[in-house]
Design a protein around this ligand. Structure first.
Ligand SMILES: Nc1ncnc2c1ncn2[C@@H]1O[C@H](COP(=O)(O)OP(=O)(O)OP(=O)(O)O)[C@@H](O)[C@H]1O
Ligand SMILES: [Mg+2]
Length: 253
């Protein structure tokens, strides 16, 4: 029996009159890829924003490895080991690919960035370590040829890879990916699926929000389906695909 890395307990979020997440209770098993799917506006991104502290829940609990995350700031939650990417890819356009990844790692390090020249020797050593670790992530994501390019000029597929590299540089235990295949072509989508499986094999738990059902059903251990912020089904990809409520609400016939 797998243990859970993350638990949502009766999580609830209202935006004025709109209920975006409706008493959602859901657990995510350590070491697995769980997909969170549902129609547009179902509340998937809101769930990610709640977990990562970008917005506060109206009520309910978020428990990560036994720690309550409620009230914690995004940078604290990141430092605790939760990495994420964004539905609308967010890279620092004017920074190089290498610098973007170093920013990810600096969230866990003792020194700020870009003051190497005035750093005492022990922090300079740390800066060098961060730089070489970032280079390894660049190779892992096959971005070597772009290392010194401004991130903003990369094609979307590479920007999505870069965003994942930056999240991985944090050495997270849990990685939240919000539509990583959105805007990618068929070849890039296959590469994204392979990457997510590689990430899983590194003992990183993944929660995937994605509309590409082929990708979801291919790589997920579990699938949770939400509609109007409420959980309507949870199970293996096969169970979920055959669930009549899911077919009605989302998958169609
Ligand atoms: N900051 C906000 N202020 C007001 N309403 C919001 C806010 N963020 C989300 N909502 C509303 O909450 C609901 C859920 O939105 P959310 O972005 O979480 O959906 P989603 O499942 O990620 O959809 P999509 O698949 O289109 O990305 C929607 O009705 C949306 O309009
Ligand atoms: Mg969304």
């Amino acid at each position: 029996m797998q243990s859970d890395i993350l638990k949502l307990e009766q999580l609830h979020k209202n935006f004025g009159g709109v209920t975006a997440v409706d008493n959602l209770s859901l657990s995510f098993a350590k070491g697995e890829v769980t997909s969170l799917i549902g129609p547009n506006g179902a509340g998937k991104t809101t769930v990610f924003n709640l977990i990562t502290g970008f917005i506060k829940p109206s009520s309910g609990k978020i428990i990560f490895n036994g720690w309550h995350l409620n009230g914690k700031k995004p940078h604290m939650i990141a430092a605790m080991g939760i990495g994420r990417t964004f539905q609308n890819v967010q890279v620092f356009s004017n920074m190089t690919v290498l610098e973007n990844i170093m920013v990810g790692r600096h969230l866990r390090s003792r020194c700020g960035m870009f003051f190497s020249s005035v750093l005492p020797p022990f922090l300079r050593l740390e800066e060098n370590r961060i730089r070489s670790a970032a280079k390894e992530w660049i190779s892992f994501l096959k971005l070597d040829q772009y290392a010194d390019f401004s991130a903003g000029i990369l094609p979307l597929g590479n920007q999505r890879m870069l965003e994942i590299a930056r999240a991985l540089a944090l050495e997270p235990n849990l990685l939240l990916l919000d539509e990583p295949a959105s805007g990618l072509n068929a070849r890039e989508t296959i590469a994204m699926g392979e990457l997510i499986q590689k990430i899983k094999s590194m003992d990183i738990t993944v929660i995937l929000v994605e509309h590409d059902m082929e990708l979801v059903m291919d790589i997920s251990d579990r699938v949770a389906v939400i509609n109007f912020g409420r959980l309507i089904a949870e199970g293996t990809p096969k169970e979920v695909q055959q669930n009549p409520d899911v077919i009605t609400a989302y998958l169609g016939t």
